[in-house]
Design a protein around this ligand. Structure first.
Ligand SMILES: NC(=O)c1ccc[n+]([C@@H]2O[C@H](COP(=O)([O-])OP(=O)(O)OC[C@H]3O[C@@H](n4cnc5c(N)ncnc54)[C@H](OP(=O)(O)O)[C@@H]3O)[C@@H](O)[C@H]2O)c1
Length: 249
C-alpha cells in the first residue's frame, strides 16, 4: 500500500530504541505520528527532530491511553513498547510479573481495542506488533517475557481473523538481538548499567540495528495493498535459535 494512502500513525515505546526509529521513519514518510511513552524529555526531543506529536502516557494506564489516542483516526498502529527482566520466574517479584504482562500484553491489547474498530469502520489500517524470538523459541530468557511475546505472536495472527474482509493488514515483526537500551534497563537503567549491558550484550557482536527493524516495517507497509506480510523474523546472522539442553545428574 503506498504510504500516501495513510495519514496518521500511533507508535508506542517511541522515546527510544526501535519505537523512536519507527516514529522517525513514519514521520519522514509524511504521516502524522503520535508518539507514546513515559519519558517526556525524550519524547520532546523526538518531536523537535521529527515533528511527531508527543503523548506522555503509561501503557499500563488504560484510561490515560483512551484519553490520549482513543478519539484519533489511526491508519497505522505500531505496538512496540516492551519490557523485560533478567533471570526467569524463579527470580521474579510479584511486580515483575505484573509489569511484564501489563506493558507487553495488556497495554497492547487495550490500545488495539481502542484503535482497531475505527480502522475497520474506515476499511483501512495496518497493525504492526513487535514481538520477539522469545515468543517462538525457548532459551535462557525471562519466562514471563517469553509468555507475553508468545501471546503477541498469537494476537497478531488472531487479529487477521477479527478483521477478515476488511482492508486491514497485520504484521508481526519478530526480532532477535537489536542494539537498544533494553538490556541496560534490565540491569537497572543507570548509566553504569547501560555501559555494562553494552559490554555484555553488544560489544563484539554483530547485532541488528534499529534501522534493520525500520526497513522491515517499511517493506511490510509499502508492499501492494492486496499483500499482507504476516510475519517477519529478523535475526543477526551469527545468532541462532534453538539448542537442546540435557543436564547430566
Ligand atoms: N532489543 C532487543 O534485542 C529486542 C529483541 C526482540 C524484541 N524486542 C522488543 O522490541 C520492542 C522494542 O524494544 P527496544 O529494544 O527498542 O526497547 P527499549 O530501548 O528498552 O525501549 C522500550 C520502550 O518501551 C517504553 N515503555 C516501557 N514501559 C512502558 C510503559 N509502562 N508505558 C509506556 N511505555 C513504556 C519505553 O519508554 P519510557 O521508558 O519512556 O516509557 C521505551 O520507549 C519491545 O517490545 C521489545 O520487547 C527487543
Amino acid at each position: 500500500m503506498p504510504f500516501s494512502d495513510y495519514s496518521t500513525a500511533v507508535v508506542t515505546g517511541a522515546s527510544t530504541g526501535m519505537g523512536a526509529a519507527i516514529a522517525g521513519r513514519l514521520a519522514k514518510r509524511g504521516l502524522t505520528v503520535h508518539a507514546l511513552a513515559r519519558n517526556e524529555e525524550r519524547l520532546n526531543e523526538l518531536a523537535d527532530k521529527t515533528g511527531a506529536v508527543p503523548h506522555v502516557v503509561d501503557l499500563t494506564d488504560t484510561a490515560a491511553l483512551a484519553a490520549a489516542v482513543g478519539n484519533l483516526e489511526v491508519d497505522i498502529l505500531v505496538n512496540c513498547a516492551g519490557v523485560s527482566r533478567p533471570g526467569n520466574i524463579l527470580d521474579s517479584s510479584e511486580s515483575d510479573i505484573d509489569e511484564l504482562v501489563d506493558v507487553n500484553l495488556r497495554g497492547l491489547l487495550q490500545l488495539t481495542r481502542l484503535i482497531l474498530p475505527g480502522m475497520v469502520e474506515r476499511d483501512r489500517g495496518h497493525v504492526i506488533n513487535i514481538s520477539s524470538i522469545a515468543g517462538l523459541y525457548n532459551f535462557y530468557g525471562h519466562t514471563v517475557y517469553h509468555a507475553t511475546k508468545a501471546a503477541v505472536h498469537q494476537v497478531s495472527r488472531q487479529l487477521r481473523n477479527d478483521t477478515v474482509g476488511k482492508r486491514i493488514r497485520v504484521t508481526e515483526i519478530c526480532p532477535g538481538r537489536v542494539e537498544t537500551e533494553i538490556f541496560g534497563r534490565n540491569m537497572g537503567g543507570t548509566p553504569e548499567a547501560m555501559e555494562e549491558a553494552w559490554k555484555t550484550y553488544y560489544e563484539g557482536y554483530e547485532s541488528l540495528t534499529t534501522d534493520d527493524i525500520v526497513n522491515a516495517m517499511d517493506y511490510a507497509i509499502e508492499t501492494p495493498r492486496h499483500v499482507n506480510v504476516g510475519m517477519l523474523e529478523l535475526m543477526p546472522t551469527f545468532q541462532v535459535p534453538g539448542g537442546l539442553t540435557f543436564d547430566r545428574r
